[in-house]
Design a protein around this ligand. Structure first.
Ligand SMILES: Cc1cc2nc3c(=O)[nH]c(=O)nc-3n(C[C@H](O)[C@H](O)[C@H](O)COP(=O)(O)OP(=O)(O)OC[C@H]3O[C@@H](n4cnc5c(N)ncnc54)[C@H](O)[C@@H]3O)c2cc1C
Length: 358
């Protein structure tokens, strides 16, 4: 028996943080959507720690689009929490622990500059007494927190049907996507527009393979540490996020151009050793996973239409900041797709057209 044709405005491939938030934004604009996702358990969003922070420690600067993203990023996810009567967003300040006098100087100078006072507090609370005597103390970073990305995605999925979003769990077969009379056909689905948001699945995508990626592997551990109050995220170069019951999520490592998702004991050992060197307490490993970030060389996400194929779009390259970036980019993209507003020039993939053969 042939399946009944489904007609939708948008077919979205990939239900990670990018595809899911875009679907939710398009649904707010009364669009019908069908999502296809292979539910890969080690996808970047399913492994991510979900840390959200306005500051980049290297060079002590604000993250890209910081003043647009913060504090609205928390409100963005909290609105969904309210609608769905659950919780996945926690706002928790951070203690940035200094390594040397230069860091004390750089962070203190920055805290006095205009526009930084809302993010930095030099009168940080005392570090817990049980932590190793630290020579140079710390600064408090405000407007930081954690999105439980896995829970957000699972909850969103369970509400798709109320939002005119169909969901199919399967691997997308690119060979079955065909365009005729300006409509895209995929099996029994007809869509006006197709958006690819498959994270690193893009490496198999024949339409957008030309976009340059520099994937970076990362380890995330769950650990138990006694006697440290769980009031703050603790951050040196690596970080620990409190999740209750003396448990912490810790990370991370950066393995450049590494596509392996097999966690290696040496990487967990290294993280544990780093943490123990500054928390001054035994750190017990509870679990360890590895994932791959869809990082791009220029550290700017990819949005826009294929140069030669009408109504075929990409949404990718969220790198190591998917949780915060998706909160502004998905709305920006949805408005572009429906109301033809301009895409931010830094993000538009048309700058890579020279890489596509005609
Ligand atoms: C170890 C690690 C730690 C991280 N920590 C943080 C953090 O603390 N804070 C933060 O903001 N970000 C963090 N990130 C980065 C963040 O996870 C990414 O920016 C974000 O998840 C990218 O989301 P995405 O939706 O673009 O891709 P993905 O999450 O990869 O989603 C793509 C989806 O498409 C599906 N898919 C792929 N190919 C196909 C196909 N052919 N057919 C059907 N479905 C397909 C996948 O199963 C997946 O569900 C971390 C990432 C890693 C790996």
């Amino acid at each position: 028996m042939t399946e009944k044709t489904i007609n939708v405005d948008f077919l979205i491939v990939g239900a990670g943080i990018a595809g899911t938030t875009l679907a939710l934004e398009l649904s707010k604009l009364n669009q019908s959507i069908l999502m296809i996702d292979n539910n890969y358990p080690l996808s970047s969003s399913r492994v991510a720690a979900g840390l959200i922070s306005p500051m980049v420690p290297r060079n002590v600067r604000k993250t890209w689009k910081c003043d647009e993203i913060f504090p609205h990023v928390f409100e963005y996810y909290q609105a969904f929490e309210k609608e769905w009567n659950t919780s996945f967003m926690e706002v928790i300040p951070s203690l940035q622990i200094h390594k040397n006098l230069r860091q004390v100087h750089n962070w203190t100078i920055r805290a006095g500059e205009p526009g930084f006072d809302k993010y930095l507090n030099i009168h940080a609370p005392q570090l817990p007494a049980c932590m190793k005597p630290l020579n140079f103390d710390c600064i408090e970073v405000l407007q930081t927190g954690r999105l439980d990305v896995f829970k957000f995605l699972e909850t969103a999925k369970s509400h798709f049907s109320n939002k005119n979003i169909h969901y199919i769990e399967e691997a997308f077969n690119y060979e079955e996507l065909k365009q005729s009379n300006s409509v895209w056909n995929y099996k029994h689905i007809q869509a006006s527009k197709v958006i690819f948001a498959e994270g690193l699945g893009i490496l198999e995508n024949p339409f957008f393979q030309y976009l340059p990626f520099n994937p970076s592997g990362g380890d995330i551990v769950k650990v138990e540490i006694q006697n440290i109050p769980q009031t703050h995220i603790l951050k040196k170069k690596e970080w620990l996020i409190p999740v209750g019951n003396d448990q912490w999520i810790g990370g991370s490592t950066y393995h450049s151009n590494d596509l392996s998702v097999n966690p290696e004991q040496k990487d967990a050992d290294w993280l544990i050793q780093e943490f123990e060197s500054w928390v001054g307490q035994p750190v017990k490993l509870l679990s360890h996973v590895k994932g791959i970030r869809p990082t791009v060389a220029e550290r700017r996400p990819y949005l826009g239409q294929h140069p030669n194929l009408n109504n075929l779009f990409v949404y990718n390259g969220l790198g190591s900041k998917g949780s915060s970036l998706a909160s502004i980019l998905s709305k920006h993209y949805a408005e572009h797709l429906i109301q033809q507003t301009e895409i931010d020039a830094e993000l538009d993939i048309n700058q890579f057209n020279y890489l596509v053969s005609k």
